[in-house]
Design a protein around this ligand. Structure first.
Ligand code: SF4
Ligand code: SF4
Length: 432
């Protein structure tokens, strides 16, 4: 179910519009692992209505409940009134952040997201000294905590760190040998920029093969999603303004700005506008609406606007490897994108569906991956089990947050399947 900006709500209206049918309850990610009415979409809506009427105090108990939502949007997809429970939760988190403050490590992280140069230095130092506190996973899946760190327990699998970020690895403009009819810009996302840099390498390779003029905008900043899901309003506004000012300097010259990340794409395409409406920044809305037609998830744009599928069929290597595709919530439920990556991958790989590809992986955001990691671990277990059942060599999803979560869930469950972004698999098939 696509979130539209017109679906703006207020707590009271959302609460009054809930007919208590309960359709959302069985599909709710938190309710599946904590079967209690208070941690269900219907329960959240009831509590939020009471909070806005002044009948419920936003105390630490209420905070704990509202922070347990995974923002997966499963509830929105099945609700007969398409009530945007995820969006009301996102909004109450701003109130939580205002009342309780934001913990030091999240503030430090969001500071780095706002300051690319400092983040570059920190990540470089992290790469150089990573083996002091982390060990390299012998199967190459990432880094493992040698001992317990703040919010990270011993043995947890963390994303690897690149020596040089994606944005610092390429020139701004990559021009194909033959003259090109198409021009795209790449928005890479923070995890693919610093941790999973082979995603960007693969996208650049694919664009070269397709003879597409490529621009890598070096001053792009984080889309704001980690701060938005945590209620850090100032950081979200800062990042929207900075990115918007920058995008407007070049976007008219390009056919599209493509993103190999579902969450960043959903944040820019849907949540920027929602945030501005809810936080009285309506002067930004016409500017956002102007750039939106150019924002696309990478597989979706490549599928619909290039001959990539034909090239994969005609020239790509054929593999016997089984690939199972996991649907990131921010791709399928928020943007309706699920056929495109499968269609491209099926040209060169044998596809096998897991029992419920649309079930949330349980990443849930910064809070879920730190203070509430026990919930993320529980939510990841069924997903790891269904991936194991497929006996696939690769699980693929166009989302690095899913990669962090599923790699750890598979690691815990001793599943040997390897996670790859679809662009990595596609580039592998096109390699000479
Ligand atoms: S967004 Fe997901 S976890 Fe949150 S209430 Fe809806 S279904 Fe439950
Ligand atoms: S599906 Fe919608 S209307 Fe029904 S209980 Fe859930 S939120 Fe309320």
């Amino acid at each position: 179910m696509k979130k539209e900006a017109k679906d703006i709500f207020n707590f009271k209206e959302t609460s009054d519009a809930c007919v208590k049918c309960g359709k959302c309850v069985p599909v709710c990610t938190i309710h599946q692992i904590n079967p209690d009415e208070t941690t269900s979409p219907r329960g959240f809506i009831d509590l939020l209505g009471a909070y806005k009427e002044g009948k419920l105090e936003l105390d630490s108990n209420a905070k704990d409940i509202f922070e347990s939502c995974f923002l997966c949007t499963n509830c929105v997809s099945v609700c007969p009134n398409t009530l945007a429970t995820d969006m009301v939760i996102e909004e109450v988190r701003a109130d939580i952040a205002q009342k309780f403050g934001i913990s030091w490590f999240k503030r430090a992280f969001f500071f780095l997201l706002r300051n690319r140069t400092i983040m570059d230095i920190v990540m470089k130092l992290g790469f150089m000294f990573k083996t002091c506190v982390l060990s390299i996973d012998f199967e190459g899946r990432g880094l493992r905590a040698r001992f317990s760190l703040p919010m990270v327990k011993k043995g947890r699998l963390l994303p690897s760190m690149a020596k040089t970020s994606f944005l610092n690895s390429y020139p701004e403009h990559i021009t194909p040998k033959e003259s090109s009819k198409q021009k795209v810009a790449i928005f890479i996302g923070c995890l693919a920029n610093y941790n999973y840099t082979t995603i960007g390498d693969s996208l650049v390779e694919i664009l070269k093969i397709l003879q597409i003029d490529t621009f890598i905008p070096k001053k792009q900043l984080c889309c704001g999603a980690p701060a938005y899901f945590t209620g850090d309003v100032d950081t979200v506004e800062y990042l929207i303004r900075k990115n918007l000012d920058y995008f407007e300097t070049f976007i008219d010259e390009y056919d599209a700005m493509i993103l190999p990340e579902a969450t960043c794409s959903a944040m820019i395409k849907h949540d920027w506008e929602v945030f501005c409406k809810n936080h009285n920044k309506s002067e930004l809305i016409p500017r956002i609406e102007k750039i939106l037609p150019k924002i696309h998830m990478a597989t979706s744009w490549l599928h619909d606007n290039t001959n990539l599928k034909e090239q994969l069929v005609a020239k790509g290597k054929k593999f016997d490897d089984l690939v199972t595709y996991h649907d990131p919530c921010h791709a399928r439920k928020v943007q309706g994108i699920y056929q495109e990556p499968r269609n491209l991958l099926s040209a060169n790989y044998k596809m096998i569906e897991m029992s419920d590809p649309n079930r949330c992986c349980g990443f849930g955001g910064v809070t879920m991956q730190s203070e509430k990691f026990h919930l993320a671990e529980l939510a990841g277990k069924p997903k790891a089990a269904m991936i194991k059942e497929t006996k696939a060599k690769y699980v693929s999803a166009e989302c690095s947050a899913c990669r962090v979560q599923l790699s750890e869930a598979m690691n815990n469950a001793k599943v040997e399947t390897i996670f790859k972004n679809p662009l990595e698999l596609i580039a592998e098939a096109l390699k000479e």
